[in-house]
Every structure is written in C-alpha cells, then in structure tokens.
Design a protein around this ligand. Structure first.
Ligand SMILES: [Zn+2]
Length: 110
C-alpha cells in the first residue's frame, strides 16, 4: 500500500490511461478539470470532495463528497497516484452513468 504518491508514478499512470489523483486546496472546486484527473479538494487540512469529469464524455463535472457529515459520501484511497472510490458512482441525472473507480481504472456497471 502506497500512501504517498510520487510524481513519476503519476506519470506512469497517465501514460497507462489511468485516472491520476491530484490535490487542490480551497473551498471551491476548479471550473475546468483535465480529463483523467481526479481532484481531491482539501480545505483546512481536510479532504472534503473528489471532483472529476464524467468518464462517459458527456462533459459534466462530477463532485463527490468525502465528508462523513454528508448524507452520501465516498471514501477515496490513493495508491501510487491512482484513486479508488467506494462506493460506486451512480449519476441520477444527465447521462446516468454508473461506474466504479478502482486503482485509477473506470469499471462500468452495465
Ligand atoms: Zn456522463
């Protein structure tokens, strides 16, 4: 289990086509997110959201709460720069995509 992501490992993950996790600080998610990036939002030292573009290509931004205070929230694990989310992401609007993110890979639930 790798707890600290190293830049070269992120680079390898990027070339493999995996999602790469990066940290951003603040209480506002960035308006634009590069494809294959999962942004872990941190405010006052606490991760509070994971933000990514919908992997289906619909162009929508998916924001997932990481705060246990929320009604629904996800756990985000990071291994060698690659994110794992639990539980699965199931959009109830728009494209209605349903997928798991495991070690930087998107696994569709069909
Ligand atoms: Zn979508």
């Amino acid at each position: 289990m790798q707890l600290v992501s190293r830049p070269w490992e992120s680079l390898v993950a990027w070339f493999r086509g995996d999602l790469v996790c990066v940290d951003a600080h603040g209480d506002e998610p960035p308006g634009k997110i590069a494809r294959r990036r999962l942004i872990r939002m941190i405010d006052e030292g606490e991760p509070w959201a994971a933000v990514m573009m919908c992997p289906c290509g619909c162009g929508e931004v998916i924001e997932l709460s990481l705060s246990p205070d929320s009604k629904t929230y996800w756990t985000l694990g990071i291994e060698a720069g690659r994110p794992t989310l639990h539980p699965s992401v199931w959009r109830n609007t728009g494209c209605r995509s349903h997928f798991w993110v495991r070690r930087g890979r998107v696994h569709w639930v069909l």
